[in-house]
Design a protein. Structure first.
Length: 83
């Protein structure tokens, strides 16, 4: 009986942890000029397409407290030529 309760409690804790991670990842912060950034470690940056226009991009990073963030911002595509 105790083993069964331990197993159920471990599953509940795992589900709660996964829910917290999913909630953090689901919330996307929109970058604006003047946004204070606390970036301790970049985890991933979206691929920038080869077009000559402004395109959306995303960066996933950890702040100095270890919290994970997803930042959405605009960049110029990589498809422009200088001439």
């Amino acid at each position: 009986m105790a083993l069964a309760l331990c197993g159920v409690s471990s599953l509940a804790m795992a589900e709660e942890s996964q829910t917290k991670v999913a909630a953090q990842q689901a919330r996307v912060e929109q970058y604006t000029y003047g946004t204070h950034l606390d970036i301790a470690r970049v985890i991933s940056i979206s691929q920038i397409p080869s077009v000559c226009e402004v395109v959306p991009a995303r960066m996933v990073y950890e702040d100095s407290q270890g919290a994970r963030h997803t930042m959405s911002y605009q960049v110029m595509g990589n498809g422009c030529s200088n001439g």
